[in-house]
Design a protein around this ligand. Structure first.
Ligand code: AMP
Length: 281
């Protein structure tokens, strides 16, 4: 497995692979890899000749009061996991390599961001879109793999690829969970033991909501209240949002039919957790 830290070198590597007619599968990550990432990698491994993974904690997508500094990092651990999971090349640039100067041109996301994390995290998706424009130009993948844990990100990347005409197929991948239901996340390590014990209640609340809908409940307010009550009663977290939309459009639901997403964000002491379920009503 190759580890490349320079943009020029990465572009040269990719050019050589493409000259040999190879297809490139790409998994962008912020590292501290877990089974969620590995699932994306395994899928990409099976569908492409070359598997490229980026590990870069992108400062542009963190707000001033967010967890950029405390975001977990362990490159040696990531290296071993990547090597054992069939990765051909890890692109691991420094912040200075990616942003040597203040950007003179950045990407602005206009739709699908006035809800969920987009509303809570001002500028977050502009930062995500900007780094992806750079990474897509550096890695030039045929297919790019993104997890539905970040369902709004998938919706935004879908718009980015379409509007900027990237010749890339977006491959969304289902959420990978711990045995107790907690969605796997690099950030879970920053939960206290008590918070970690409470955290499965998030997914539990989503499952209860789905069950109520399956039983015929069609009032979004009743569903949202049920989730709020469950999380408030059983966890010490503070709810950032509980929202339901049509998916992937992220439009208001005039009635509860079709494909929908129920998404939540809950703040704990050092971590803000997100989770969601998407299903057909
Ligand atoms: P991150 O390193 O958190 O930026 O995540 C990199 C990619 O892995 C993103 O596309 C995430 O949506 C995806 N991902 C993270 N956690 C999970 C999970 N539990 N299940 C599926 N995909 C995930």
């Amino acid at each position: 497995m190759k580890v490349i830290t320079s943009i020029k070198e990465m572009q040269k590597y990719i050019k050589n692979q493409k000259n040999e007619g190879k297809t490139i599968g790409f998994v962008p990550t912020m590292g501290y890899l877990h089974e969620g990432h590995l699932t994306l990698m395994n899928k990409a491994r099976n569908e492409n000749d070359v598997l490229a993974v980026s590990i870069f904690v992108n400062p542009l997508q963190f707000g001033p009061n967010e967890d950029f500094d405390s975001y977990p990092r362990d490159f040696n651990r990531d290296f071993m996991l990547a090597e054992n999971n069939g990765v051909d090349v890890v692109f691991h640039p420094s912040t200075e390599e990616m942003y040597p100067n203040k950007m003179s041109v950045t990407a602005n996301v206009h739709s699908r961001i006035d809800v969920l994390c987009g509303r809570q995290r001002n500028g977050h998706f502009d930062g995500v879109a900007t780094v992806l424009v750079k990474l897509f130009n550096i890695v030039q993948p045929d297919r790019a793999y993104f997890g539905l844990k970040d369902a709004q990100q998938v919706a935004v990347v879908d718009g980015l690829i379409t509007d900027f005409n990237f010749p890339i197929t977006l491959v969304p991948v289902e959420i990978v969970r711990e045995e107790d239901g907690l969605a796997k996340s690099s950030r879970n390590i920053n939960l206290t033991a008590k918070e970690r014990a409470e955290a499965p209640r998030l997914f539990e609340s989503l499952q209860m909501a789905k069950q109520k809908i399956d039983e015929g409940q069609r009032n979004p307010k009743v569903i949202e209240d049920l989730i709020q009550a469950h999380i408030t009663t059983h966890t010490s977290g503070t709810i950032d949002y509980v929202e339901m939309y049509r998916y992937p459009e992220l439009e208001e639901l005039s009635e509860l039919t079709g494909k929908i997403i129920i998404a939540i964000a809950v703040k704990f002491t050092k971590v803000r957790l997100i989770d969601n379920i998407t299903f057909d009503v």
